[in-house]
Each structure stands twice: as C-alpha cells, then as structure tokens.
Ligand binder design. Structure first.
Ligand SMILES: [Mg+2]
Length: 356
C-alpha cells in the first residue's frame, strides 16, 4: 500500500466504474488502492493499440516530431493492437460477473501502463473512449521503468511490446509477456475469454526443460517418469492461471460450468504417455486445472491454436510464439528459463542458446 503513495503524481488512479472520463477529470482524482480482490492486468499503449507509424516517426525523427504528430492526430482513434481483443474479452467477463455478483469486486482491473509523453495521453484517452473500453487506471511513467508501478498495483499480468521491460518485470517476479500481432486475422469469440498456456517455463519452472537441454529427450522422459509424483516448481504465469481459476469458480457456483465465460488450455510439447502425467499432477497439487490439456508430443502448436482461437497464448520459446503468430493467434513470449539467450540465464545454469 505504501508503494502507491510513493509513486509520482503522474499515476492516474481509478476512475468511477462504467464512466467515460475526460483528462481533466482523471487528473483531479485522488490515489486509491485497487479493490482488494481485483485481478490487475497492465497493458502498454503499443500492446493495446497499433502505433507502428508513430513508432517509426519516433525512431526516425525524434521525440519532438513524434509528439507533434500525436497532437495533430489527437482526434483520430488508434487502431486496435494485439492486446485489444484480450482486453475486450476481459471486459465481457467483467460484465457477466457484475450481473451475477453486483456487489463483488472480484473483477479484472485494467491499467494502461505507458511511458509515453503526457501530451500523447489525450490521444490514448480519446481512443479508449472511442472503443468504449472501461480502462479504469492510466499510468504514465514519463520514461521511468514501469516496475515500481506494476508492484504498486499488485499486477497479476503485464503485457507490453517492449521485451526489455517484460524481462525486467519477469526478473522481479511479475507475470509478464511480450505480445505480438498475428500475421493474419482469425476471429476470436466475443463472449468467452480463452487463454492458452505452454507448460514448461510458463506455468511450471524450467527445471525439466534444463534436463532436455543438458541431456536430451530420452533422459528427459526417464526423469519425468521417475519424478512423476514430485510436483514441478511454479513458473511465472502460474499465478495468472490461479486468478482465472478463482473467477471461473464464481461462475461454476452459479451453475455455469459448461457455459463458463472463461476457458483455459494447456498446450504443451510434452507427450501424454511419457511426460504428461507430471504436468497434470503438478496442476492438481496446486488445486488448479485447465479446461483442456493438449499434449502435442513435439508437433507444431500453431495449427491447433488456430482451432482453439484463444485471445492470447503464452510460450517461453520464440519458435512456438512465431508459429502461433503465423497461424493467426495472438501470441505472447514469456522471457524466462533456459530457452532464453544466455544473459537471461542464472549463472549456475549457464547453457548454450536453445536450439529452436
Ligand atoms: Mg516451454
């Protein structure tokens, strides 16, 4: 709680629920901690909106030209970015929760986290209002690292298109991923939030992945069989699956198990027969489950994800992220574990770069 006070005044606090608010209103609100049970999702402006042209101007012509361009186009809404359908789906879940539990604060709380110049804030707010998004918090870090703010908001998930910031967040124990636009458009469901997770180095730690890298697949199969009943340690996205599970239970207790507006998927390269049991038993030991578990035994993930049509798919290996992206899935890279470049690897487990 103290950290919220410590953040600079450029942090914009919660706006009244369901309200569309002008900039002047935002600035006048006092800082409030988030609702106790809210699940906070922080998204960057470039994750929520497409800003390629703006980014090009920033890189080629510098910050002054960039701000001037943004001011000139202030009343022109930005196009939806990779995180947009996901945010929309979170809001659809929120409205179902509000119908079923009018007094509950168990909701997704979306924070726009941006290091943009304050002048660009008006265009962002205009865009948010244009699409009727209920983004209740707005945090302009003015070039500072977002970590302090992410911690202050007890962020459950941070999505950005800046891999360095995402790596920094992961290093601080915050669930985070670099989100990519799909290469083609695949329609996603409007009334059900679908989230797909890889297993190793995403929901689980990378301990088994290390065995593969160091000793090969045969040793990995043997190892997973031997330790089938020993749960894997948790990975960076475990807490987010847990948060989704908490909301799912609220729907189940209203008799909505089959029509639950949240559906989760484990999409792993493990094979069911040789190494799948340990993954499932680990989830069970945490009191968690996914609605579907898909063991691909090394087959590509893209074609399957195209059928699932998730709003987001998390994987620690760029190979799978790219494969998903090419088939029209919004994929997000979790820069954690042994599959990353050596600089991301802990000193005691230095390994050559992963062969992807
Ligand atoms: Mg993995």
């Amino acid at each position: 709680m103290g950290m919220i006070v410590a953040c600079p005044p450029s942090v914009f606090p919660a706006a009244p629920r369901r309200a569309l608010w002008p900039m002047s209103h935002l600035l006048s609100l006092s800082l409030q901690p988030k609702p106790q049970n809210a699940i906070t999702i922080a998204v960057s402006s470039r994750a929520l909106f497409r800003m390629e042209e703006e980014q090009r101007i920033y890189k080629e012509k510098g910050v002054e030209e960039y701000v001037r361009y943004q001011l000139e186009h202030e009343n022109e809404p930005l196009s939806p970015g990779p995180a947009f359908p996901f945010v929309r789906a979170l809001e659809a879940v929120n409205s179902r929760l509000r119908e079923l539990y009018p007094d509950s604060e168990d909701l997704f709380d979306i924070v726009l986290m941006t290091n943009n110049h304050a002048q660009v804030g008006v265009r962002l707010i205009n865009s948010i209002n244009h699409y009727n998004l209920f983004i209740e918090r707005f945090c302009m870090t003015g070039g500072n690292s977002p970590i302090c703010y992410l911690k202050a908001y007890h962020t459950n998930l941070y999505l950005s298109s800046d891999e360095e910031k995402v790596s920094e967040a992961i290093g601080e124990g915050i669930a985070a991923a670099t989100i990519f636009s799909p290469s083609k458009d695949v329609a996603v469901p409007q009334s059900q939030l679908r989230v797909a997770f890889d297993g190793d180095a995403v929901l689980f730690s990378d301990e088994s992945e290390q065995i593969v890298k160091a000793h090969g697949l045969d040793m990995f199969f043997e190892h997973e069989k031997t330790y089938e009943n020993k749960p894997l340690a948790q990975g960076p996205l475990k807490g987010f699956l847990e948060a989704l599970g908490r909301l799912q239970k609220k729907f189940y207790s209203k008799g909505l198990r089959l029509e639950c507006p949240i559906r989760t998927y484990l999409v792993t390269a493990r094979s069911a027969a040789s190494s799948g049991a340990r993954a499932l038993k680990t989830l069970r030991s945490w009191g968690l489950e996914t609605d579907e578990a898909l063991f691909l035994a090394g087959a590509p993930k893209g074609p399957l994800l195209e059928k699932i049509r998730p709003h987001i798919f998390f994987d620690d290996q760029m190979f799978h992220v790219t494969g998903a992206q090419e088939m029209g899935t919004v994929a997000a890279h979790v820069p954690y574990g042994v599959a990353q470049a050596p600089r991301r690897t802990a000193p005691e487990r230095q390994a050559p770069p992963a062969a992807q």
